[in-house]
Write a protein that binds this ligand. Sequence first.
Ligand SMILES: Nc1nc2c(c(=O)[nH]1)N[C@@H](CN(C=O)c1ccc(C(=O)N[C@@H](CCC(=O)O)C(=O)O)cc1)CN2
Length: 305
Amino acid sequence: MSATIIDGKAFAATVREKVAAHVARLKSDHDITPGLAVVLVGEDPASQVYVRSKGKQTIEVGMNSYEHKLPADTSEAVLLDLIERLNADPEVHGILVQLPLPKHLDEDLVINSIAPAKDVDGFHISNVGLLGTGQKSMVPCTPLGCLMMLREHHGDLSGLEAVVIGRSNIVGKPMAQLLLGDSCTVTIAHSRTRDLPGVVRRADIVVAAVGRPEMVQGDWIKPGATVIDVGINRIDAPEKGTNEDGSVKTRLVGDCDFDSCAAVAGAITPVPGGVGPMTIACLLANTVTACCRDAGLPEPEGLTA
Ligand SMILES: Nc1nc2c(c(=O)[nH]1)N[C@@H](CN(C=O)c1ccc(C(=O)N[C@@H](CCC(=O)O)C(=O)O)cc1)CN2
């Protein structure tokens, strides 16, 4: 293996330190404490873990955390009423609804009911439009985390060839917009792309966000390229043995075959410990940014796109 490992866990810790320092200044100089409201509908086990982690980290950086846990059969009317109250609450600077939502709820309708200025996930259609037109917006946390790691590793990204694999609204499309904003030459590749390995081989920067375990192979990577692996896939790991109930143990892998990609790339993010931890760190960063914008104060440096 020759690639530098981009340590997302360590980098997320530095982002949280910057957030905590800014929160402390907001408190001491302006008597303002940023507040983040997280809404969870249902009992999806992974979502429960993420929401718990968001609440814990929010408090650790000195912000107020408001958790709203609703049963899986919550009606759209009840959820929209809660969001309306959070929109009107001056103590709440950021709101997020944990995804995925139970099937009976209209995800677009729910997300678009969040006040755009408090939409710290950056999923509201207004923020999507602002980002797409290069205006000040709330930026989705996972792509923002990827951008921060790329800037830290490369410095100036201008003129680099970037290939984003995946065209989701949450990662692929905003990632491409952010790279374009930093003057990369951007290609969005997807399941219908012809000669995907050939397209990826052109890239100085590869962002893999397809949700297919270990799909990207080392011989797709240009020597020295930077590989950002957004995938978080749980696969069976029979080599680890079985659980008490007899089921096969599992392990997390990304969308890139780590060993073969790391042998060719100049730098690569691992899974776990790469992009994932940056997602929550950037959520905290977005909440401070939203709070500063609300108060008409300067935004924290290095924590926005
Ligand atoms: N409203 C939102 N919903 C969801 C988002 C989001 O950004 N906003 N993203 C994901 C889930 N997510 C945060 O919500 C998230 C996913 C993964 C991680 C993370 O740190 N992963 C670890 C591995 C964790 C494990 O062991 O399972 C890693 O990659 O190192 C953080 C946050 C979907 N929903």
